[in-house]
Design a protein around this ligand. Sequence first.
Ligand SMILES: [Zn+2]
Ligand SMILES: [Zn+2]
Length: 321
Amino acid sequence: MTSRILEPGQIETLAQRSIPRIRLPDRDTLFARRAERFEALAVASPIGAYLRLQAAVARAQHAALADFPGTLPTPAQRSAAQAHRMPPMPAAWPRAPAWRDALSAIGRAVAALADCPVEVARLGERVALLSMEDADTQADRLLGVREGAVDTAAAPLLMAALQVHWTAASSRLVADEVQPLDVPGLCPLCGMPPVASIVRAQAPYRGYRYLHCALCACEWHLVRVQCSQCGASGKDVAYRSLVADDGTGEPAGALDQAVRAETCEQCSSYRKIVYQEKDPGVDPVADDLASLALDLLLAEHGYARASGHPLLWQAEPDDAR
Ligand SMILES: [Zn+2]
Ligand SMILES: [Zn+2]
């Protein structure tokens, strides 16, 4: 038997290979678990009514995804994307018309919610009745593929429907066939920035950090203690959470154990990071939205969000012209 000694570079390459690089969403559980998480977070939250509304949206997304016809990148789209190291189902990817049905269903679910404020119910009805043309125009603007003003009130519901469309595809792909991009801060499938990170607790992903796509829910690996925006690492990266105001330095509440902000001194930005080992129910989308108090604190300290939340439209300063 022959044996050989691995050089340090080879050892690192082997270690990298053993990490699952991509984790794709499970269409049967993604939105159902998110709805449960929103409901659970609503119980003790000062923004409980808002989180219950988001739970209703996630339940409607779950139902819409179950009926959603399959749309996948064609073999030609995939090989062209691979050749140019581009995402195979980018924002400009032609949408299946069924996305508009998902939007209607989400709008109707919001309008039918018990104890729903009248303006929110009207918004749900309005979105449910948007023409195909208007819905497509708004979706293109939201995804940045067409110029023009975004309908800020409708944007979260439009984004929820677009998530259904893109997740219907990402959940049918094979993780090993997804090629990571050269830009670690963008989704390898759709090219959108991540909403937040999650450190997973179950094998084979245990202990690894993944960035969670705001659009297609694909997760891709990034080493820990590294800025997902500019790539800085080491002492430039810090972790911040809300602490109790009793002087103990302990987390302010249960949510603050499992949710922190990864801040970067190089680019003065942050993204949240959620830890499954602290709470197995964490969800990057739900926990990010429920921890708005942490965003307010970080803004006071001069840090900017690296990218917005898909279900909370924040107008860029340019939009206010
Ligand atoms: Zn994506
Ligand atoms: Zn940075």
